[in-house]
Design a protein around this ligand. Structure first.
Ligand code: KG4
Length: 335
């Protein structure tokens, strides 16, 4: 089954053609250069750019797969969660396309597709497994019982790990997207020079809280600025990176132990973080756990992961009608 998949939940317009776990083509138009000027994504601009790009990107993806519209068996689209205006562009385009081609329309949850990014590289990976899903807007520990059966056992009470990275980077004067830059520039952490909290959520050992850590970095930077002391950006970056990883890794391993998982999967934009990958690899090796993470090119938003997840959604009967709407927020276990 050849699925044409569309992703427009944030600042990447992406279209892919997939067949099972095989990616026949993927074309992604990033808006980073434009949003960089504002230090973050401007939703209104994102929607307009998606509108301009989506037809061209779709034609390119089809061309790269050596296929014509008539050879597509289904259209899939990210419908939630994300920036509402941005999602609506993809959803409406997908609806029109599916209707005109007379093929099924498959709605795909954005976070489910981040998990599915792993299936592209790891062809033998099958649920059940435990997933640490960390992106710009979400930080979750999820039991993936089956391809369309999810149970959240840990979540952030405030900011996501990606938000903590991005805002820390911004206050240090690093370019957008901050998390990527912070990871590149980080050297050795120093908790004596830059004390950082390790916030815990009472009674919920797998939940996260990153807003206190984010505030600690902002206060540190402001204090230094007020005293005209230059910020040691490489060390502060390494210190915040280490603390975010400490928290993510400790909670994930505790959840794996309590829930009896020996197969762990990382997903979402933050799963590209070099320290998270290397420390998780080490910790899992020590415990004899299997660890999977996506190829870097599939960690961020892309339509290939949407197309791969769509096949499982289709098999479980998740097909939308023309009334499909976009949603800014929706839990991963919505059905
Ligand atoms: O999954 P994603 O591309 O978009 C969302 O669905 O949110 O995640 C974007 C987030 C941003 O916060 C970005 O800074 C972060 O992933 N990110 C990283 C790295 N690469 C991307 N954070 C830390 N280290 C990285 N190498």
């Amino acid at each position: 089954m050849k699925i044409l998949a569309i992703e427009s939940s944030c600042d990447e317009t992406s279209v892919s053609v997939c067949e099972g776990r095989e990616v026949l083509s993927v074309v992604t138009d990033t808006q980073i250069a434009e949003h960089k000027k504002y230090g973050g994504v401007v939703p209104e601009i994102a929607s307009r750019r998606h509108t301009e790009a989506i037809s061209r990107i779709t034609k390119e993806a089809l061309k790269n797969a050596n296929l014509s519209f008539s050879q597509i068996d289904a259209v899939a689209v990210t419908f939630a969660p994300g920036l509402i205006g941005a999602l609506l562009v993809g959803v409406n385009y997908a609806k029109g396309l599916a209707y005109s081609l007379g093929v099924p329309l498959i709605p795909v949850h954005h976070l489910r597709s981040h998990i599915a990014a792993n299936y592209i590289t790891h062809k033998d990976l099958k649920p059940p497994f435990l997933c640490l899903l960390v992106s710009g807007g979400n930080s979750l520990i999820v039991k993936v019982n089956d391809y369309t059966d999810f149970e959240i056992i840990g979540r952030t009470r405030d900011d996501a790990a990606g938000e903590c990275f991005d805002k820390s980077a911004r206050v240090m004067g690093l370019d957008y997207p901050g998390g990527v830059m912070l990871d590149k520039i980080a050297t050795e952490p120093d908790f004596v020079k830059f004390p950082m909290p390790w916030p815990k959520v009472d009674g919920c050992p797998f939940d996260f809280s990153f807003s206190g850590l984010k505030t600690a970095v902002i206060n540190t930077a402001h204090n230094l600025n007020q005293k005209n002391i230059p910020i040691d950006v490489s060390v502060l970056s390494a210190t915040v990176r280490k603390r975010v990883c400490d928290i993510l890794i400790a909670n994930t391993l505790a959840a794996a132990e309590q829930e009896g998982f020996t197969k762990i999967v990382l997903a979402g934009g933050v799963s590209a973080n070099s320290e998270l990958r290397s420390r998780m690899t080490e910790e899992c090796k020590k415990r004899g756990y299997e660890l999977y993470f996506p190829e870097k090119k599939y960690c961020g938003d892309n339509a290939a992961m949407v197309g791969v997840q769509a096949a499982y959604e289709y098999n479980s009967g998740n097909i939308a009608g023309t009334e499909l709407n976009a949603m800014a927020t929706l839990d991963i276990n919505y059905n």
